[in-house]
Design a protein around this ligand. Structure first.
Ligand SMILES: [Ca+2]
Length: 374
């Protein structure tokens, strides 16, 4: 019977790490630009990293992934006694998974019963076909105006104590900053790309690109992009950074004063990142410099592995200041069943459970050994 052949073919166990679940963290303080002042916290500028363009890559959707777990209690039984094995299939991938499920065994063990599944023969138990909802990693879920709750562009040159980093073309410069939360994770460093985006946690030369997919698993990842396009700091001020406070909250402010590459046409904009324990990411623009750069333009953000992100529609030039919000992760759907096995003779038995994705040729399996004693 074809429906059981795949179960019998099960041999190798596959283990996929469970997706980490991060807490959602929106919200922010009401901004009062008049109260802002430099916070006196020093931003430490790391030497700039000369950029090289990474090789182009076509991002592909990750395949459906199912993880099987199984445990049997007790692990040692007497002949004629029973043990119970619990099996769970969990979708750890980002797409819906349809799976055929079941367990097989062989003497000295035989199936004596099951819950959530049907004992087909003493050696085969079948669980119902299951449709498992996709898992979702924590990541940006919204980019939108938030009038009254974002500061908007306030030139950093109005404040003392700025860190000023000249930057050239295709470069990234590192800044150690007060701790901030992005996608549920705290970071204390940003990489500032000459191309109008930050890399949360810091970046390297391979994180410099004049354009790219957002989200996309290719580097750069963990991107915070107020105005990602082909920019060049040569002949311009470059990067300014400071920590500003209104006496209640504090924000890391990074300002780009750069030109569209190959031109003297300036683009001036800022990323505001709250350091108040919750995600507070704002994009602010000096609108008299903001117009179509005539090159691929991306405004958005993504998570650490580039699987979740948001962006304005391709080529959209911002006309208002923006806020990026993120949502925590969610585990994928599960299907569970249990089997009861009886020891029929002395020896070492094995129960193998399997999940076969619809259309796949090879099932995912997990095996557990049970010892039968006289
Ligand atoms: Ca990416």
């Amino acid at each position: 019977m074809i429906t059981t052949r795949w179960i019998r073919a099960a041999v190798a166990a596959v283990v996929v790490p469970l997706l980490a679940v991060a807490a959602p963290a929106p919200a922010s303080a009401k901004p009062d630009p008049d109260k802002l002042k430099a916070a006196g916290k020093r931003l430490v500028a790391k030497p700039p990293i000369r950029g090289v363009r990474p090789p182009g890559g076509t991002p592909t959707a990750p395949p459906a992934t199912v993880e099987l777990t199984q445990s049997c209690t007790p692990a040692t039984i007497k002949v004629k006694a029973t043990t119970t094995c619990s099996v769970t299939a969990e979708n750890t991938g980002a797409t819906t998974a349809v799976v055929d499920l079941g367990s097989v065994t062989m003497p000295p063990l035989l199936f004596a019963g099951a819950t959530g599944a049907t004992v087909t023969t003493p050696q085969i138990t079948k669980a119902p076909r299951a449709t498992l909802a996709p898992a979702r990693a924590a990541g940006p879920s919204g980019i939108a105006p938030d009038p009254g709750n974002v500061f908007g562009y306030i030139p950093l040159t109005a404040f003392g104590g700025n860190t000023v980093r000249p930057i050239g073309d295709e470069e990234i410069t590192e800044l150690d900053v007060p701790s901030f939360v992005f996608n549920g994770t705290a970071y204390t460093r940003v990489g500032v790309s000459s191309n109008g985006y930050l890399v949360a946690g810091g970046g390297a030369a391979t994180d410099v690109a004049p354009s790219g997919a957002l989200p996309g698993p290719a580097r750069p990842n963990n991107v915070i992009a107020p105005f990602w396009t082909d920019l060049d700091g040569t002949g311009a001020t470059g990067i300014l950074a400071n920590v500003l406070t209104d006496g209640v909250g504090s924000w890391i402010v990074v300002e780009w004063q750069v030109n569209v590459k190959g031109t003297t046409s300036p683009r001036v904009f800022q990323a505001w990142i709250g350091t108040n324990g919750v995600q507070d990411v704002q994009y602010a623009y000096k609108f008299d410099t903001i117009s179509d750069p005539g090159r691929p333009l991306t405004i958005g953000a993504e998570n650490a592995d580039g699987t979740v992100g948001v962006r304005l529609p391709a080529g959209t030039v911002p006309t208002v200041d923006l806020r990026v919000t993120s949502t925590g992760g969610r585990p994928g759907g599960t299907a569970s069943w249990t089997v009861t096995l009886k020891g029929v003779s002395k020896g070492t038995g094995k129960v193998v459970s399997a999940a076969k994705l619809l259309g796949a040729t090879t099932p995912i399996t997990t095996a557990t050994t049970v010892t039968v004693e006289r």
